[in-house]
Design a binder for this molecule. Structure first.
Ligand SMILES: [Zn+2]
Length: 270
């Protein structure tokens, strides 16, 4: 299927990267890491309300044999999925969008050689990549967060995706991820860091940036502040990625604090 919803009986949307990132904000349970630390994307079937697994959202590593189109699609999951309450096998088998026969797909991605080269390059430059990721975001992301990004990127084989090159590794590692919690993280001073601090201090309802750069909450109750990357345009003339910082309130409402388009510069690793 090529449609999805966020909630049972919710409005159906056409399945594509922009819609999916915009509507889910890369939040749990739509983005989650499996026990194998791989990133998995889910939504809800607009017909039967069961969870659906999103295939090929990133990487476009499959091509549909009959149509020749590189397709992102969704299929009903085999069983329950963490974070999605509703699960009903009978509704699934009765669903008009349920197609038990697999699509004929052929994989297209980097050649095994190039993928292997990229993998080694990343492994050998782990410390530099971490340093550069922190530079890109002007946030001194904790070791725990940065290791999570690395583990999920490597375990998901995201380096095999066509959009990932030897020169854009830090951006790719930020992009193929769930949203990242910024609570308690430190913004680094500088042109971009000051812009982030100013925007948060000006627009945030629940958070502020201390003089030390730490992002802290200034109200009581459960609130979150998160960063996500979307619209990764790694090819063509305009190489950009968009950073979005948003916060959520106690009722899970989402408020955007800033959207900043970042031009991709090359990072060279040896
Ligand atoms: Zn369904």
């Amino acid at each position: 299927m090529d449609v999805f919803a966020i909630k049972k009986n919710g409005t159906p949307s056409l399945l594509n990267i922009d819609n999916f990132e915009e509507l889910t904000k890369k939040r749990f349970p739509y983005y989650q890491y499996g026990t194998d630390k791989k990133l998995k994307c889910y939504a809800v079937c607009p017909e039967c309300g069961n969870p659906i697994h999103i295939i090929n959202l990133y990487g476009a590593e499959m091509i549909q044999n009959q149509t020749g189109i590189i397709a992102t699609y969704a299929k009903h999951t085999r069983g329950k999925v963490s974070g999605f309450e509703f699960w009903n096998l009978y509704d699934k088998e009765d669903c008009s969008l349920y197609n038990p026969t697999p699509l004929g797909n052929t994989e297209i991605k980097h050649s095994d050689e190039y993928s292997e080269e990229l993998k080694e390059l990343i492994e050998n430059n782990k410390r530099n990549v971490f340093k550069n990721i922190r530079e890109v975001v002007s946030i001194n992301l904790s070791t725990q967060i940065i290791n999570r990004l690395y583990d999920s990127f490597m375990n998901s084989n995201s380096y095999t995706y066509k959009a990932v090159t030897k020169y854009n590794i830090p951006y790719a590692m930020l992009y193929y991820q769930q949203s990242i919690s910024l609570y308690g993280q430190y913004i680094v001073k500088g042109i971009f860091g000051d812009l982030l601090s100013d925007q948060i201090n000006e627009k945030s309802r629940f958070f502020k940036v201390e003089n030390t750069g730490e992002i802290v909450k200034n109200v009581t109750g459960y609130r979150t502040i998160n960063m996500m990357f979307k619209q990764f345009k790694a090819t063509g003339n305009e190489k950009t990625i968009t950073m979005e910082i948003y916060e959520t309130d106690g009722e899970d409402r989402v408020y955007t604090i800033l959207k900043e388009k970042i031009s991709l510069k090359s990072y060279i690793y040896r």
